[in-house]
Design a protein around this ligand. Structure first.
Ligand SMILES: C[S@@+](CC[C@H](N)C(=O)[O-])C[C@H]1O[C@@H](n2cnc3c(N)ncnc32)[C@H](O)[C@@H]1O
Length: 408
């Protein structure tokens, strides 16, 4: 009988990248949610997965319940005595999860469809996220206090809406978001009615399509009975990186008629890039002479034309530009100068650090995947600062729920 989570990981090939497989997601969610009243959501499929596995591999079965006393030998094990529950959508490698884990939250559902991001997520949290959220029935998601999502921004098709209007069909805001990933957030909010949510996105979401996209999002959230507050915040107050993101925070209007949520006041730049650099990075991170010549030539050509493009040779006493998911291509947006030779790119560990991940966060994937994953992720301490305010407001609401006849 397994005693450690890592034994279960090994026995069922959990750490390997699997395409479109929710069996391991059900098994790990079942293990995480034991004792918190929601394991019933995952148990039937977890048992099915185990039965099939035993048959295919001709091994003597362990009853599912035998797994439940396991020790979580992962960097970020499930929180015992959680203060609140949350779900993690478009989870990536779990940057947002880590922030809410640190605040004492227990994650009861996660979804991410990229198989390499799932590998990193599982290695750190001991949970395989479910795949494509667009095909996941919202009724199969456990109840939770808070929904968090760093969702990809996609264009909204206004054409579809006009066609419906032409056909004389009534359409609500939810209809307008159909076919976008925001629609999946909206349908989960409608079904599960968590007390609060936090959505994170690129700053341009505000100006996208002359503000129409944001208006549809805000209108839909209002339609769903949530009162929202939003703000663009910069990660530079926590890490040596300029990274502006929009945070949209909402509270259910019926449980919090007076939304007293306020974003944290952020000031100062506490860290320099030099503070997070590794002392002796491997030589493979130094740009080849060919690539360095190419980048310099490209920048000179654009400068001659009066364009602003250039590589980002970073001032080590200052902060870097924004790390993006394309950093793996040439590293040009953040280059580290080196004495007596060409510059180098950041190592994956340094990318983790400029996003505020602790060094205990494991990086089990190739450099290319790691660059994409950290570039797509969040500044963890910034999310945590926002989350702290949300959790405070949630506690206030919970107190109100105890004393009043609010619909909690
Ligand atoms: C901006 S990233 C979020 C990163 C995350 N906040 C983190 O800290 O790593 C958006 C993620 O959504 C995932 N995604 C996109 N479409 C999806 C879908 N239909 N179902 C599940 N995940 C999806 C992408 O693979 C990507 O990892």
């Amino acid at each position: 009988m397994p005693k450690l989570y890592s034994q279960i990981r090994e026995a069922f090939d959990i750490s390997i990248a699997h395409d479109g497989d929710n069996g391991r997601a059900n098994l790990t969610h079942f293990l995480h949610c034991h004792m918190n009243g929601v394991s019933k959501y995952f148990r039937p499929e977890a048992v099915k997965f185990l039965d099939n596995w035993y048959k295919e591999n001709q091994v003597v079965p362990w009853p599912a319940e035998d797994f439940l006393g396991i020790e979580w030998d992962v960097p970020f094990p499930p929180v015992t005595k959680a203060k609140f529950s949350f779900i993690d959508l478009f989870a990536g490698i779990g940057g947002i999860r880590l922030a809410y884990h640190n605040l004492g939250g227990r994650c009861v559902f996660s979804s991410e469809w990229n198989k390499f991001a799932k590998v990193t997520y599982e290695r750190n949290f001991g949970e395989v996220p479910f795949g494509d959220i667009t095909s996941f029935d919202e009724k199969g998601i456990p109840d939770h206090d808070l929904l968090v999502a760093g969702f990809p921004c996609q264009p909204f098709s206004i054409a579809g809406v006009s066609k419906k209007a032409a056909l004389g069909r009534q359409h609500g805001f939810l209809d307008k978001t159909q076919g976008t990933l925001f629609f999946d957030i909206a349908r989960i909010l409608r079904e599960k009615r968590p007390k609060a949510f936090m959505l994170e996105n690129v700053k341009n979401l505000l100006s996208h399509d002359k503000g129409k996209t944001f208006a549809v999002i805000a209108g839909t959230l209002d339609d769903l009975g949530y009162s929202i507050t939003y703000k663009v915040l910069d990660g530079k107050h926590f890490v040596p990186q300029h990274r502006e993101r929009i945070f949209i925070v909402g509270f259910r209007s019926d449980v919090a008629p007076s939304n007293e949520f306020e974003f944290p006041q952020l000031e100062g730049i506490p860290k320099r890039l030099i503070d997070i650099l590794e002392p002796s990075p491997e030589s493979k991170y130094t740009l080849t002479a060919h690539l360095w010549n190419y980048l310099q030539g490209y920048a000179a050509k654009h400068k001659a034309k009066g364009n602003g493009f250039g590589f980002g040779m970073t001032d080590l006493e200052g902060i870097s530009r924004t790390l993006s998911a394309r950093y793996y291509k040439d590293g040009s947006e953040i280059l580290i100068p080196q004495a007596g030779k060409g510059p180098r790119r950041l190592t994956p560990r340094e990318c983790a650090r400029i996003q505020g991940f602790p060094d205990s966060f494991q990086i089990p994937v190739s450099d290319t995947q790691a660059y994409k994953q950290f570039g797509n992720s969040v500044v963890v301490p910034l999310v945590q600062a926002v989350g702290e305010k949300i959790v405070k407001e949630l506690s206030r609401i919970n107190e109100l729920c105890k004393t009043q006849s609010a619909v909690c």
